[in-house]
Ligand binder design. Structure first.
Ligand code: GUN
Length: 281
């Protein structure tokens, strides 16, 4: 089998177009505040692309680039100020935070109604019981991709590699809510390769290039590569050995141009959701 490519870039453009049209119909522009602490170069790239996404969607956006020496109190005070702003619907504090800052406390301080990342325990709880206000961006983007390509997880064996709070755990929940049978693998899982090879839908979110080899892909499986790694030449790549996997899979996501653009599009969708919420729409 030769896999069909799931075009995340094209789908993200379509999602953003819908978001833009809905945003235009609101009395007030959706507003997103992005907070970056320190000078992690990868984070800087993400923040710049978020600004571009906001422009494309007709959103108001603000960016706060704080020095690495920022104290916990200063960061909490900024979050508090943004919580109180009527023109700001979404607050995103870029992770990871520099050492010395308490990530959990910061995420807890964000007003759950402005938590467009879906990281606040209230929103994680809503997600867990199957009644989410916001979709976690990356797993939500994966679900949109599956829907767009007519792939229904119901009754399928879904294997998720990785158990992070940002991707692996919420990914498992969304697949479970879509009636998939979910197995989550992690660093202590014995024989991950065999479990992966049993998947109808395989999602890899580990961050280790070359992790998913061709023999870990079942004939006809759907392969979703969430990771963003760099190869020796500095080029972006995922966890999956793409050529080998594409020979066996029915559908596969490329890196770049797969899940990444969808994560960003879902952030815009969540900001629109927050804006509607705040404007009583
Ligand atoms: N760092 C890596 N991915 C993300 C994300 O989706 N949201 C935030 N806030 N930080 C991140």
């Amino acid at each position: 089998m030769s896999a069909k490519i799931i075009d995340g870039k094209a789908l993200a453009a379509k999602v953003k177009e819908t978001v833009r049209a809905e945003a235009e119909a609101l009395p007030r522009k959706p507003g997103l505040a992005v907070v970056l602490v320190g000078d992690n170069p990868a984070s800087r790239v993400y923040v710049t692309s978020k600004r571009k996404d906001c422009e494309e969607c007709g959103f108001y956006s603000e960016e706060y680039a704080l020095p690495a020496q920022t104290t916990q109190a200063e960061l909490l005070s900024l979050v508090d100020k943004l919580n109180g702003r009527e023109d700001i619907d979404g607050i995103l504090v870029q992770l990871p935070l520099p050492q010395g800052l308490d990530e959990k406390q910061v995420l807890l301080a964000i007003d759950p109604a402005k938590d467009v990342d879906c990281f606040h325990p209230f929103n994680v709880g809503q997600l867990t019981i199957g009644d989410p206000v916001f979709q976690p961006c990356t797993p939500g983007g994966v679900m949109e991709m599956l829907r767009e390509y007519g792939i229904n997880p119901a009754g399928k064996r879904c294997v998720v590699l990785g158990r992070s709070n940002i991707v692996g755990k919420p990914m498992g929940l969304l697949l479970l809510h879509a009636n998939g049978t979910v197995v989550t693998c992690h660093s202590k899982t014995p024989d991950m390769a065999a479990l992966a090879a049993s998947a109808d839908i395989l999602v890899s979110a580990v961050g280790k290039r070359g992790l998913v080899t061709g023999d870990m892909v079942k004939e006809g499986a759907v392969v979703i590569d969430v990771a963003m790694n760099r190869n020796d030449a500095g080029k972006l790549c995922g966890d999956v050995c793409y050529e080998a996997a594409a020979e066996k899979a029915s559908y596969i996501t490329p890196v770049p141009g797969g899940v990444g653009p969808m994560t960003r599009a879902m952030l815009m969708k969540n900001t629109l959701t927050a804006a509607k919420l705040h404007q009583g729409q």
